[in-house]
Design a protein around this ligand. Structure first.
Ligand code: GLP
Length: 245
């Protein structure tokens, strides 16, 4: 961190100078999303300033959403994302949406395997009680920024081997000729709680969008039942409206 010389360089309150150099380090990417900030005591010693000054600068950045305090574990960097516009009328995959914007996607797997279905899954996917269901739980990351947590359930009829999904679910469904052609999506507002908040690197209670997608084949069979949690600071959902006859 560029903290040397805070005392000598330029006029103005010290806490503002510290605030500014931290802000620059975050926005320029010197500090990464999710990085832990050194303890305030260490920052104060290192920059040779008082802890009160450090506290004031950190408080400011927490208020502006560039840092987040987590009880018992410290203060972490939140790098703001540029908001992504997402059409509400096209049935696309996360990988495709991001590729169109020139972003590379990566997943951290939270769950990937075959399970006994929950009552919800049985009902939505139309599964008998003795069937198995493929579950894919992923933290979805675009150019290093975690954007969403998605938990998809798919009938084994369409996805016999969940390990076959290495990156894109829809690409895997394409291969078994069961890519959905229609979907119903429900979006609701929520506050992001832990552990989701820490996976997404946002403050506990930050605004989120909870999205449920049920998608269908042309035959009307349900392919996918997915519950997603998107960062509220990252998405604008846009729908085109037409006057009905
Ligand atoms: C979106 C949808 C999910 C869908 C996913 C497929 O994120 N909300 O319901 O499962 O796209 O994306 P991919 O093919 O990249 O796995």
């Amino acid at each position: 961190l560029p903290l040397e010389g805070l005392q000598s360089g330029g006029a103005g309150p010290l806490y503002l100078k510290l605030r500014q150099s931290l802000e620059e380090a975050i926005l320029s990417g010197k500090l990464n999303h999710g990085d832990a900030l050194p303890p305030e005591r260490d920052l104060a010693d290192y920059a040779n300033i008082s802890r009160v000054t450090v506290r004031k600068a950190v408080d400011d950045l927490v208020r502006d959403g560039l840092l987040v305090r987590r009880h018992g574990s410290g203060t972490f960097v939140v790098r703001p994302v540029s908001r992504v516009e997402q059409s509400l009328s096209r049935l696309t995959s996360f990988t495709e949406d991001m590729a169109r914007r020139g972003l590379n996607t990566r997943a951290e797997w939270l769950e990937r395997g075959l399970f006994h279905p929950s009552p919800d899954e049985m009902m939505t996917l139309g599964l008998p009680a003795d069937a198995l269901v493929a579950r894919l739980g992923r933290l979805r990351i675009a150019d290093g920024m975690p954007l969403a947590i998605e938990r998809a359930s798919i009938s084994t009829e369409f996805l016999p081997d969940p390990l076959a999904v290495t990156s894109s679910l829809y690409a895997a469904l394409d291969k078994t000729r069961s890519r959905p052609v229609r979907a119903v999506q429900r979006i609701s507002a929520c506050n992001i709680k832990d552990p989701d908040a820490s996976m997404l690197g946002v403050a506990v209670g930050a605004a989120g969008l909870s999205i449920e997608r049920v998608s269908y084949l042309a035959s009307g069979r349900v392919v996918e039942f997915t519950r997603s949690l998107y960062r509220g600071d990252a998405y604008d959902f846009v729908a085109e409206l037409t006057l009905s006859e």
